[in-house]
Design a protein around this ligand. Structure first.
Ligand SMILES: [Zn+2]
Length: 395
């Protein structure tokens, strides 16, 4: 009798969602195909770190990726916009070279996918799948031919701008900052050609970092689904990097999706204020740290964020603040239009219980707790990205 009552209670709870034993969420997580649409670990590879092995720095490396359950990781090719000895184009190529050599060195465990068929095949063979996205259109310059070139090298999405605008598309930062100046906002006629060319090639258009005017020009121009590879909901956290409700609705209408960024600045509207107060409190320490940095070159690469790591830990947002963004987008437009775009290794602070990629199962656990079904969660974890890629790629 006691057993019967317990089992009735258990099935009642599981029927109404929200009830998942520890093992259930782990199983659902490991069974799902998981795609993270945005990771910046390439920058660490460029600094000479070998992520084939477990590292003590940053958020990700091959052993930790495998532990996280991620099946497909999009590596972001991001070239700093500051003028440098090498052209943007050349720098982007060198970054792709470094990924090719990482894949080659680990070919028993890792493979570079260019199509959804590749993804299916590699996952079946137990490989960790790498795909390439490019963040910022500046390596393309004004040459449409460079889109063909980078497509052939494996780039499957292009974030049209980073914080810096290109000659053909304006970024969120520039559109916001230059309101009083004569910046011509939006997509230029060449920008429209870029969109059409990307549609034709089967390269996904990514609107994270893009200005609002340019965003609506993209919506008017594209014939295929578009994504925001690492952005959050503006209604929960007003920040120029986040998307307003009508933008999220427009993305969903194309059949695309918003991939949620884990950065505290984008998920928690109180974070910037807390950060300012914390920096104010530590002003004397920061000043002497900066002074020491200019004297000692060995310290040059340590950021203030790293230096203040202990203080940042105190003001990190909760995991539930992050889950709120998944929930918000899913409730606004539906479960088919949201996914993960962590920005790991591109952000210096993360939410509590999301310290690095290995904490990813916590997302599955929290979504199940909020009543999402296993099927819903599978879509968020990776199904939605695969569907979009399948629709955009040219067969
Ligand atoms: Zn970014």
């Amino acid at each position: 009798m006691k057993y019967l009552v317990t089992s009735i209670v258990l099935s009642f709870l599981s029927f109404f969602g929200g009830f998942q034993t520890g093992n259930d969420y782990k199983k659902i997580h490991s069974d799902a195909i998981i795609v993270d649409a945005h990771n910046d670990v390439v920058q660490r590879i460029l600094e000479g770190e070998d992520i084939s092995y477990r590292t003590t720095e940053g958020h990700s490396d091959l052993p930790r990726f495998k532990e996280s359950g991620i099946d497909v990781q999009i590596f972001s090719i991001w070239v700093p916009p500051q003028p440098a000895k090498r052209s943007y184009f050349e720098q982007a190529n060198r970054q792709i070279d470094s990924i090719d050599s990482f894949v080659l060195r680990n070919q028993k465990q890792v493979a570079l996918a260019k199509t959804t068929m590749d993804i299916e095949k590699f996952i079946r063979n137990g490989k960790f799948v790498v795909m390439l996205g490019m963040e910022g259109g500046h390596p393309i310059g004004d040459e449409l031919g460079n889109l063909d070139f980078f497509y052939k090298r494996g780039i499957r999405y292009l974030t049209l701008t980073w914080n810096n605008s290109t000659s053909w598309a304006t970024s969120a930062r520039d559109e916001e900052r230059d309101s009083s100046r004569s910046l011509k906002k939006g997509l230029s006629p060449l920008g429209e050609k870029v969109i059409k060319k990307m549609n034709e090639l089967g390269m996904i258009i990514d609107v994270s970092h893009l200005g609002e005017k340019a965003f609506w020009d993209v919506i008017r121009t594209t014939t295929k689904p578009i994504i925001a590879s690492h952005s959050c909901a503006w209604s929960l956290c007003p920040n120029r990097r986040n998307l307003k409700d009508d933008q999220i609705k427009a993305i969903a209408k194309t059949g695309g999706a918003v991939f949620i960024n884990f950065a505290p600045f984008f998920i928690d509207s109180t974070f910037s204020r807390k950060e300012r107060a914390m920096r104010e409190q530590n002003k004397a320490r920061i000043d002497s740290f900066r002074a020491a940095q200019t004297k000692n070159n060995a310290l040059k690469d340590v950021s203030v964020e790293e230096f203040l790591q202990g203080e940042y830990i105190e003001i990190r947002p909760s995991l539930s603040k992050l889950i709120d963004h998944f929930d918000y987008v899913a409730k606004l437009v539906g479960i088919d239009y949201v996914g993960i775009g962590s920005d790991f290794d591109g952000i210096s602070v993360t939410p509590i219980d999301m310290d690095d990629v290995t904490f990813l199962p916590n997302i599955t656990r929290e979504l199940l707790k909020r009543g999402y079904t296993a099927e819903d969660v599978q879509k968020i974890l990776g199904g939605n990205f695969i569907r979009i890629l399948k629709t955009v790629e040219v067969h």
